[in-house]
Design a protein. Structure first.
Ligand SMILES: [Zn+2]
Length: 139
């Protein structure tokens, strides 16, 4: 199955209204927009078309766009989540994409490790200086 077909299938299976209702109260075909300070429900939902549009801030799109905006994630991330949610399996991701993703998470892990090392180093220095100070006091 092609990515485009998968997208279509997810769009058909998912209830946009139910998805939006996870983030903001929905009444009939309108919801309070979670993307701008909204007092009146100015976000309109067309569940049959699978599209939403906010007349307040002008944002709009489909279920993927909504999830991307609501969660601050990439299209790939939104696709992955909705695929998992609907039980639709995604087509195999090409090797270069996997490598790119891998690299990203590697960088994150490396950053975390660097932070851990820095913490350890600081703690070590603190221990050393307190030992030193303690030694002076005793002497
Ligand atoms: Zn809005």
């Amino acid at each position: 199955m092609r990515m485009r077909e998968v997208k279509e299938e997810i769009r058909q299976v998912i209830s946009l209204k139910a998805l939006i209702a996870d983030y903001t109260p929905v009444s009939r075909n309108h919801a309070v927009c979670p993307f701008h300070p909204d007092k009146n429900p100015s976000l309109s939902i067309s569940d049959s078309k699978g599209l939403w549009h906010c007349f307040g801030c002008g944002l709009g799109g489909d279920c993927f766009t909504f999830l991307m905006q609501a969660e601050g994630i990439s299209f790939q991330g939104a696709l992955g989540r909705l695929a998992y949610h609907t039980g639709i399996s995604l087509p195999e991701i090409s090797e270069t994409e996997v490598i790119a993703h891998q690299r990203q998470s590697d960088q994150k892990i490396q950053k975390l490790r660097a932070l851990e090392e820095e913490k350890k180093e600081r703690k070590h220095l603190l221990d050393e200086s307190s030992k030193f100070l303690g030694g002076c006091g005793k002497g």
